[in-house]
Design a protein around this ligand. Structure first.
Ligand code: SF4
Length: 205
């Protein structure tokens, strides 16, 4: 299966203050509670756009400063095709910065991407010391050492950020553990608002 692009949109919120084209790739290896993109993850979202349409937008929106490759989880896509997409973006617009948004589960892919992109947004969905809580949050057995490795790969790049939604089941002590860990990193950590997604089928996992 090739690169499956669900949709794209233009936003100035993803990278604050910079107009970005946000590209949503289908598929994800996690099943997070209240995932707002669950249709992209499960394949319920039937719509697809082509790589050529994305490249056309990048080329013809002169005010764009960034492209954010999001999802879903971009690193579950075939790596060669993901690299090809990023290279095409850089070819038509060498001035545009590229960020890949990831759940951090695939540090090997991130090593391959690092030389091509300007940073990553890496999710920290629970304290790394709490695989049980990571499992509860993501509905998946997560290798938290792999997440930490991903964070080390991304750290310090110009567009890298870390993000944690304010999940209501994360207690003060959990947030303190995440905050303590991120204090030792060079890139910023952001706490995002949590929004319920009542129809997300992963809520029951
Ligand atoms: S990592 Fe979680 S929140 Fe992100 S797309 Fe996958 S299931 Fe949804």
């Amino acid at each position: 299966m090739g690169l499956r692009i669900g949709s794209f949109l233009t936003s100035a919120r993803e990278v604050p203050g910079r107009w970005s084209l946000v590209v949503f790739l289908k598929g994800c290896n996690f099943r997070c509670k209240h995932c707002y993109n669950w249709r992209l993850v499960t394949g319920n979202e039937k719509a697809e756009v082509s790589k050529e349409e994305v490249i056309y937008e990048v080329k013809n929106q002169p005010f764009l400063e960034c492209v954010v490759v999001s999802g879903g989880e971009p690193t579950v896509s075939p790596l060669g095709e993901l690299i090809d997409l990023i290279c095409c973006i850089k070819e038509v617009r060498p001035d545009v910065k590229v960020r890949v948004d990831t759940n951090g589960s695939n540090p090997e892919a991130m090593k391959e991407l690092k030389g091509l992109v300007d940073g990553f947004a890496v999710d920290i969905k629970s304290p790394l010391e709490r695989p049980d809580l990571y499992r509860y949050t993501t509905g998946t057995d997560v290798d938290t050492e792999a997440i930490e490795e991903s964070i080390r790969i991304a750290d310090g790049m110009s567009l890298t950020i870390y993000r944690t939604p304010k999940y209501p089941w994360l207690e003060e002590g959990d947030m303190a553990l995440i905050e303590g860990f991120t204090k030792g990193l060079r890139s910023p950590w952001l706490l995002n608002e949590f929004f319920e997604v009542p129809d997300c089928p992963f809520n029951r996992l």
